[in-house]
Write a protein that binds this ligand. Structure first.
Ligand code: NAD
Ligand code: DAU
Length: 353
């Protein structure tokens, strides 16, 4: 038995691979293009593990995908591969359309061909699980109820529009061709191996380097935070028991304003790794120009996943964020390796001097 995971060297994908192998001996074939966001350091320790086969390649490479499917005969494909950073999608949307839409379409086509040729029992058991985001639902007003699965799609950034397009493709492959698909739409993740272009790791690392902690606009935008390993357990649960063709919202009921998240990070760092001059890291908070088209509020109603599949997150925001800060403090080598030249170039482009 095997599963094919795409994007398994990225933030969530690598956490998923590690969690999977901690609980199962089933082979994982991990297809990842190793863009700037893919990092084999996340999978250090698996080099000699026969249960993990890493393949550097693109989900849009038809021949490669066909070869991997026929060689390993997976019972499921879990698609994490994507361009994932909203700010990058604003600077350069083309890459997002290419990977998140065109290459996802290619992947679906190859999976459909593979699935159509399976024996009947394998065909029935097969699953294509597409990992998506709450951003497809757009932005909520302060008092609006949290996103439910039946909410209308209203994506506002090139990133979320490209993810919405991929969700629609996945849906139509079920409706039209009968491909056994499942989709998860998750809120903001945080935890180990989070690339430091995103708010939480960026602010932890900037704090430790005594650099400004950039808050876009007024810092009152709300995100709904979920510890990454809870996202991984939700994906496993949906893979095992999700109803074919359905979508499941994933979230931890942890709505926080960005400024409060950054203040919490500063308070934990003040306690665990105080500044030499005795000042709080919060003095480094700096308000900067807002993100164009910045969504004001996301909130996930994960009631369907809880009711129908019995999933619940393990971490609260308080326990998860403390673990995360501790992880970054204890993994300075990983940090040194990801904050390379290409990363410095991005920081210069996005935040100026
Ligand atoms: P990430 O950017 O950290 O990782 C993406 C991975 O995909 C990288 O390893 C990259 O090398 C790989 N990749 C990119 N293009 C590829 C291609 N064409 N072929 C093969 N591999 C390719 O992203 P992440 O934060 O781990 O997100 C994973 C998935 O989860 C994405 O689909 C994202 O939309 C979704 N998601 C993310 C969050 C979040 O908060 N990070 C929340 C909900 C959903
Ligand atoms: O909601 C799920 C989404 O969460 C995922 O689909 C995306 O892949 C993931 O990147 C994340 O998107 P966000 O745009 O919400 O994450 P980011 O960490 O970039 O920003 C979180 C919030 O913090 C957002 O309101 C923008 C703000 N922000 C971000 C950065 C990088 C700042 O105020 N300053 C910053 O420097």
């Amino acid at each position: 038995m095997a599963i094919l995971v795409t994007g398994g060297a990225g933030f969530i994908g690598s956490n998923f691979v590690l969690d999977w192998l901690a609980q199962s001996d089933e082979l994982i074939v991990n297809l990842d293009k190793l863009t700037y966001a893919g990092n084999l350091d996340n999978l250090a320790g698996l080099e000699a593990d026969a249960r993990h086969i890493f393949v550097k390649g693109d989900i849009g490479d038809r021949k490669l995908v066909a070869k991997l499917l026929s060689e390993h005969n997976p019972r499921a494909v879990i698609n994490f591969a994507a361009e994932s950073h909203v700010d990058r999608s604003i600077h350069g949307p083309a890459e997002f359309i290419q990977t998140n839409v065109v290459s996802t379409f290619t992947l679906l086509e190859e999976v459909r061909t593979y699935w159509a040729n399976l024996a009947e029992s394998e065909k029935t058991a097969f699953r294509f699980l597409h990992v998506s985001t709450d951003e497809v639902y757009g932005s909520l007003e302060k008092d609006e109820p949290a996103f439910r699965e039946e909410n209308q799609y209203r994506p506002n950034s090139p990133y979320s529009a490209s993810k919405a397009a991929s969700d629609h493709l996945v849906r139509c492959y079920h409706h039209t061709y009968g491909l056994p698909v499942l989709t998860t739409n998750c809120s903001n993740n945080y935890g180990p191996f989070h690339f430091p272009e995103k708010l939480i790791p960026l602010c932890i690392l900037n704090a430790l380097s005594l650099k400004p902690l950039p808050i876009y606009g007024d810092g009152q935008q709300i995100r709904d935070w979920l510890y990454v390993r809870d996202h991984c357990s939700a994906i496993r649960r949906v893979l095992d028991a999700g109803k074919l063709g359905e979508t499941y919202n994933v979230g931890g009921w942890n709505e926080k304003a960005n400024l409060d998240v950054v203040r919490t990070l500063c308070a934990i760092l003040d306690e665990l790794y105080p500044r030499a001059d005795g000042q709080s890291y919060a003095t480094q908070i700096a308000f900067v120009k807002d993100r164009p088209g910045h969504d004001r509020r996301y909130a996930i109603d994960a009631g369907k996943l809880e009711r129908e599949l019995g999933w619940k997150p393990v971490e609260t925001f308080e326990t998860g964020i403390r673990k995360t800060v501790q992880w970054y403090l204890e993994h300075q080598d990983w940090v040194q390796n990801v904050t390379s030249g290409a990363y410095q170039h991005w920081v210069g482009k996005q935040y100026g001097s």
